[in-house]
Design a protein around this ligand. Structure first.
Ligand SMILES: Nc1ncnc2c1ncn2[C@@H]1O[C@H](COP(=O)(O)OP(=O)(O)OP(=O)(O)O)[C@@H](O)[C@H]1O
Ligand SMILES: [Mg+2]
Length: 310
């Protein structure tokens, strides 16, 4: 089973505003809402890929119940704990004229440590050897900075393969516990290493050094429209990004993580994994909001993926 963990979920409200102007009245020409937060986005894409996952995390209030109901309507299994307060609503503004995405995110409410520990205990009770746990996204207010370190360690003790997709100090804390896979983007890898990394060679070299020094089996460094590097212990594949019409780049990385988890679970080859991940990322940017792309769009793009070994 694949478990996705979203400790700071959000109800995503995506609006379209042509020529968004600060300090003026702006008119919305289109709107949609989606249950969101990075782990939840991963679960939605896994569902679209025909896979199964259980979305776990912390919700609050009426907004929290709306998220749980929406996931259950999508036939995604859930294992949330409810905490005090209201799950946040995040506003995403797409401007189709200026081709910009503007995110306005609420901070979310704080979560007591006993709720976090209770959720981790629930997960520990469920995990079996060989399961995959995807840890991604920000932490709720009040959560200790090394929360992901604790979660990585605990899930590994249960025999799970842990995928870590977080940034900044949360990534630094999480990788100390040797997750199975990390998926930083180029900027996140630069911040982590304290070096300005841009070329494929620089990104490959630093990601490999990190894998070797920390005992991480797999790393994927995504580079937005430039594509991504896929590193295993033995090799690196570089896949080019597909040229597709871009509606919203929000969640492209989450789509890629979903494809990585499904590929890992089904034992796909590295080449097949690269095709699925690249197609999923590209199909995601063709959609507005954080809804998952449709499987026929993804499968149509898989044949167009171009990659080479570094
Ligand atoms: N503009 C784009 N055109 C085509 N493919 C894209 C584009 N942006 C992203 N992708 C695909 O999606 C993958 C992941 O994107 P990206 O590197 O932006 O992830 P990210 O920064 O982690 O995103 P997020 O965390 O917001 O979900 C890329 O490696 C690429 O294959
Ligand atoms: Mg990301």
């Amino acid at each position: 089973m694949i478990y996705t963990v979203t400790l700071n979920p959000a109800f995503d409200k995506t609006v379209e505003i042509p020529s968004l102007t600060v300090g003026a009245v702006n008119r919305i020409t289109g709107m949609r809402t989606d249950p969101g937060g990075k782990g939840i986005n991963v679960s939605k894409v896994i569902r679209e890929l025909g896979g199964e996952s259980t979305a776990v995390g912390i919700l609050g209030g009426r907004t929290g119940r709306m998220i749980q109901d929406a996931l259950e309507a999508m036939e995604i299994k859930t294992g949330f704990r409810f905490s005090e307060g209201e799950t946040r609503t995040n506003l995403k503004v797409i401007d189709p004229v200026n081709h910009t995405n503007t995110d306005i995110n609420e901070p979310g409410c704080s979560v007591p440590e006993e709720v976090l520990n209770g959720l981790l205990g629930d997960l520990r009770g469920e995990l079996k050897k060989g399961d995959i746990v995807v840890l991604s996204g920000s932490l709720p207010k009040g959560a200790p900075k090394d929360t992901y370190g604790i979660w990585v360690r605990t899930c590994k003790e249960c025999g799970a393969r842990v995928f870590l997709d977080v940034d900044g100090e949360l990534l630094a804390a999480g990788i100390r516990e040797k997750p199975y896979l990390i998926k930083p983007n180029d900027n996140e890898l630069s911040v982590l290493t304290g070096k300005k990394l841009y070329t494929l060679e620089e990104l490959n070299r630093e990601a490999r050094a990190l894998m070797e020094s920390h005992g991480i089996a797999k790393a994927v460094v995504s580079m937005g429209e430039r594509g991504a590097l896929y590193l295993t212990e033995r090799e690196t594949i570089c896949a080019e990004g597909l040229r597709v019409p871009v509606k919203s780049t929000v969640g492209a990385g989450d789509s890629m993580v979903a494809a990585l988890a499904v590929s890992e679970e089904s034992g796909r080859s590295l080449e097949e994994t690269v095709r699925l991940c690249t197609a999923c990322g590209a199909a995601n940017v063709m959609c507005s909001g954080t809804q998952a792309a449709k499987y026929d769009v993804i499968s149509g793009l898989m044949h167009e993926v171009v990659f080479h070994r570094l």
